[in-house]
Design a protein around this ligand. Structure first.
Ligand code: AQP
Length: 329
């Protein structure tokens, strides 16, 4: 493990994880663990910013831990932990909210605007300030790089601004992190409305494929996915976003190059393409779920406890310094 560079990322347990979360974020992580110090969190306090059921949240925390393990994250190489088990995250979020974070910046956050919609004044404050908690998650570990999907780039940019402002005020305290975003697959789109991002909390379950979807259900979702006008298979994300999205999913889960796929499907129609894609998705999910089902709750709980101890040690050390810097110690 190269201790000189730290990677931090996380997923919020706000729904059943989708192939979008996997392709855009999680699939990048395993290869990093041999090179860097990697810290992967289940960011549960982010999930309570919207309506949720406590029982479901509890279940999903363990489920995501197993998803991390089934994706190839090795607890001997990486720290896997639950955000709420390390209270320094919320402590630092408060401090950053008082130095470095401006209301005007938070108002610009696309995710806040999307989730609050017309109700910006009647949603809870947590939804508005959640990017500050995300900044704390990242800065607490002197993170250099944050591998995320495209939708989270804006929050990492905000984290950079917060870190720079804090450093300007109090002297060098935080590493200024960078987002790592895939060239392809950084924004998997909805299967029913391909101009929108695929989201795990979407109300229409046909719009996403969950990593734990029943295989036959997942195949049907692909067959039902909307397509653009035209009949030939080519890649044009501006004019044919639905097909471009399906090609991206095919390429990422089937380990193929998009130009190669376009070539292979010349003269063939959507029907054949979707049938093959449904099989690719089915194979990926079957392999994934076999690994997932082999991990016990006990094993996942033990991973979280070991991760908590490791993350706590780092977080406590950092917060001792930050408390001194801001003058409360
Ligand atoms: N559609 C997507 N394509 C590629 N990457 C994606 N990510 C999310 N959706 C896509 C990436 O997955 C990681 C975990 O996301 P998150 O749990 O922090 O929340 P999110 O970005 O808000 O994802 P969702 O699925 O849309 O959740 P809900 O519906 O609860 O808001 C991040 O790295 C994210 O970029």
């Amino acid at each position: 493990m190269n201790q000189s560079k730290t990677i931090f990322s996380g997923v919020k347990p706000s729904g059943d994880l989708t192939i979008g979360n996997y392709i855009g974020a999680i699939s990048q992580w395993p290869e990093m663990q041999d090179k860097y110090r990697c810290i992967f969190s289940i960011v549960d306090y982010h999930a309570i910013t919207v309506k949720y059921q406590p029982e479901e949240l509890r279940k999903r925390i363990l489920e995501i831990t197993k998803i991390y393990l089934a994706s190839g994250i090795d607890p001997k190489k990486s720290i896997i932990f639950q955000q709420s088990a390390v209270p320094e995250h919320t402590e630092l979020a408060w401090i950053l909210g008082c130095s470095g974070s401006y209301i005007a910046d938070l108002k610009k956050m696309t995710q806040f605007k999307d989730k609050a919609g017309e109700k910006q004044n009647s949603v809870f404050v947590g939804l508005f300030t959640y990017p500050v908690l995300m900044a704390a998650d990242i800065l607490l570990y002197d993170t250099q790089a944050v591998p995320v999907g495209d939708d989270q780039k804006q929050h990492v940019e905000l984290t950079r601004d917060i870190a720079k402002r804090f450093n300007n005020k109090y002297g060098p305290s935080f590493v200024v992190p960078e987002a790592i975003v895939r060239k392809e697959g950084a924004r998997i789109m909805s299967l029913t409305e391909p101009i929108k991002k695929m989201s795990k909390s979407a109300s229409n379950s046909n719009s996403y494929i969950s990593l734990l979807d029943d295989i036959e259900v997942a195949k049907k979702k692909i067959m039902k996915a909307v397509t653009d006008s035209g009949t030939n298979i080519d890649y044009d994300s501006a004019d044919r976003p639905a097909l471009a999205n399906l090609l991206t999913i095919y390429a990422q889960l089937g380990n193929r190059q998009i130009p190669r796929l376009v070539k292979d499907y010349q003269g063939k129609g959507y029907g054949e393409f979707k049938k093959d894609l449904a099989e690719i998705v089915a194979k990926f999910l079957t392999d994934f779920q076999n690994k997932f089902n082999n991990i016990s709750n006990k094993e996942a709980q033990a991973v979280l406890e070991s991760g908590r101890q490791q993350a706590s040690a780092l977080a406590q050390m950092k917060m001792e310094k930050i408390r001194k810097v801001i003058g409360v110690r």
